[in-house]
Design a protein around this ligand. Structure first.
Ligand SMILES: *Cc1c(COP(=O)(O)O)cnc(C)c1O
Length: 392
């Protein structure tokens, strides 16, 4: 079984590029060029330079002693929360903006829901002196003030999406429309391992620096370069793809993705795609998504904005389908408790997305096993949610 993308852009049954004809030329240009560009020595030199000097890589692999004692296990935390801007997303935006420059693009567009990907994009646009337009649903602009202001401080223009539910999917539609009308000078930075091929593969490659580091960091402390378990939360699936990447073919490693159960999968207020979803086309790729009988995408729900997405990337759909990966859903309540537990045991307040990955230790047989958890982001942005939640 092959877990990586094939030359047609598919992961098993999933993936591909299901796009309107108007987008063919943009996607075709990327498709023809992305591999040759990112495999060039001069490109990886630049990419690694910015990852090291600007993002702050390599991020530590930290042995969580008190957490390990509590669960009778050996738990290591991959500290993506220590990246510049507070999460793994910047690994991808650095990679894509360097690629855009190689393709002679002058402008960057992106869509954002909670604003985390928007901030990571606005950041690298400031860094590279490129014009930046971020599409965001009107409702999300209201809900995510601090991130909207961050993007503006960084010099980005925010364009509200005012159609439909005025949220992420509408912002995505607007960004696509913009790209169709400006194919020559604009690159569209997608923020997760979703969208038409080659985006899922491209984003996974940029994020794979995470597992590339885990290989040697684990070897230094465990005398072997692989753990028994890798845990990561899954929204679209980019932080999980990054930390799974170099272990996809190593069957000794159990790959565990944690999805947002929201209020509980039986309540319909959920974002647990592998449990509630089925096959369909979402944002240009064939994958698993939550939809009604007529194929209309259903509105997801999670307490964490970054997991509040109705699909998963095609790589994860394939890992789930082939049983190479195991996907577990965690409700808001358990995620919040896990976030508070990590705060108290290790002095690390995680992003609420990340907290989901810390709520499943009891559900796995991890006694005396080596476990690596991707600590995808820090909780500063979620302080309001923690405060509202209370109970600490
Ligand atoms: C955006 C985000 C996620 C979810 O996105 P993936 O593509 O699934 O990684 C998870 N954690 C944090 C901290 C995020 O900002």
């Amino acid at each position: 079984m092959k877990y990586n993308v094939n030359d047609k852009g598919f992961y098993g049954d999933f993936g591909g590029a299901y796009i309107p004809e108007m987008l063919y030329s943009n996607i075709d240009e990327l498709n023809k060029n992305y591999l040759s560009i990112i495999e060039e020595d001069s490109f990886s030199k630049k990419f690694n330079y910015y990852l090291k000097k600007y993002v702050g890589r390599p991020t530590p692999l930290y042995y969580a002693k008190r957490l390990s004692e509590k669960y009778n296990s050996k738990i290591y935390l991959k500290r993506e929360d220590l990246c510049h801007t507070g999460a793994h997303k910047i690994n991808n935006t650095i990679g894509q903006i360097l690629l855009a420059k190689e393709l002679n693009k002058k402008k960057i567009i992106a869509e954002t829901g909670a604003g985390q990907h928007g901030v990571a994009t606005a950041t690298v646009c400031a860094l590279m002196g490129m014009k930046c337009v971020i599409y965001m649903g009107e409702v999300d602009i209201e809900r995510q003030r601090p991130n909207v202001e961050r993007m503006k401080i960084l010099g980005a223009e925010i364009r509200p999406a005012i159609s439909g539910s005025k949220t992420l999917k509408d912002a995505t539609n607007e960004a696509m429309r913009h790209w169709i009308n400006n194919p020559d000078d604009t690159h569209y930075i997608i923020g997760s391992v979703v969208g038409p091929h080659p985006y899922p593969d491209m984003v996974a490659r940029f994020q794979s620096v995470i597992s590339e580091e885990v290989l040697y960091q684990l070897d230094e402390v465990e005398d072997r370069n692989y753990p028994d378990y890798i845990l990561a939360c899954v929204g679209g699936g980019s932080n999980a793809a990054g930390i799974f990447y170099h272990y996809l073919d190593n069957k000794k490693v159990k790959l565990i993705g944690i999805e947002a159960g929201g209020m509980g999968i039986e309540t319909k207020k959920s974002a647990a795609t592998t449990t509630l979803g089925n096959k369909g086309i979402l944002h240009g790729s064939k994958t698993l998504l939550m939809q009604d009988k007529n194929g209309q995408v259903t509105e997801p729900y999670s307490i964490s904005a970054g997991l509040d997405y109705p699909g998963i990337g095609p790589l994860h759909a394939h890992l789930f389908d082939s049983k190479r990966g195991k996907y577990i859903s965690v409700d808001d309540n358990d995620a919040m408790n896990a976030g508070l537990e990590l705060s108290r045991l290790e002095g690390i307040i995680p992003a609420i997305e990340t907290a989901h990955a810390f709520a499943v230790f009891d559900r796995l047989e991890i006694k005396n096993r080596v476990v690596v958890v991707n600590l995808s982001g820090r909780g500063d942005k979620d302080l309001e949610t923690y405060i509202k939640w209370g109970k600490y």
